[in-house]
Design a protein around this ligand. Structure first.
Ligand code: SF4
Ligand code: SF4
Length: 139
């Protein structure tokens, strides 16, 4: 049977009681996932988060989410946190040139920018490209 490999950017949020859990070790050892930490804020006295990409088999990925939730860690797909602010956008098109998944594209014939959040892979290239901060990552 062919295994479906995926790569997802996710945010793990956890309470102070869970800060000591070896989360990354668990993802590697129990679920054979390859975690790549993009950003983290872990304070023993406060709620923390880890922003990371997870690569591996889809079934293992899904099982790991269940396990993390059992530990009291909330998991959110980063794609859901990328926001395009139409009211700020100047329609310059710079983001469409760098978006690898066509989540940001130019709608024709109107030549208007369109954001399809279902296609977004949360690479954040558009955030760097946008001159007016019309795309944000809301953590
Ligand atoms: S985060 Fe990446 S995939 Fe998502 S809209 Fe921006 S450039 Fe496209
Ligand atoms: S780069 Fe920014 S201003 Fe330009 S089209 Fe994209 S979102 Fe709009």
């Amino acid at each position: 049977m062919t295994k479906n490999m995926i790569s997802k950017n996710v945010i793990l949020r956890f309470s102070p009681e869970v800060v000591g859990e070896p989360i990354v070790y668990l993802l590697v050892k129990e679920f054979d996932l390859v975690p790549n930490i993009i950003k983290a804020s872990v304070n023993p006295d406060k709620q923390g988060y880890i922003l990371l990409s997870l690569t591996g088999e889809e079934e293992n990925y899904k099982a790991s989410l269940k396990r993390l939730e059992e530990l009291g860690i909330s998991v959110q797909c980063l794609m859901e946190r990328i926001k395009w602010h139409e009211e700020i956008c100047t329609q310059c098109g710079a983001c469409t040139a760098v978006c690898p998944s066509l989540a940001l594209s130019i709608r024709r014939p109107e030549m208007a920018i369109r954001f399809d959040s279902d296609k977004c892979v949360a690479c954040q290239m558009c955030i760097q490209a946008c001159p007016v901060n019309a795309v944000t990552l809301d953590l």
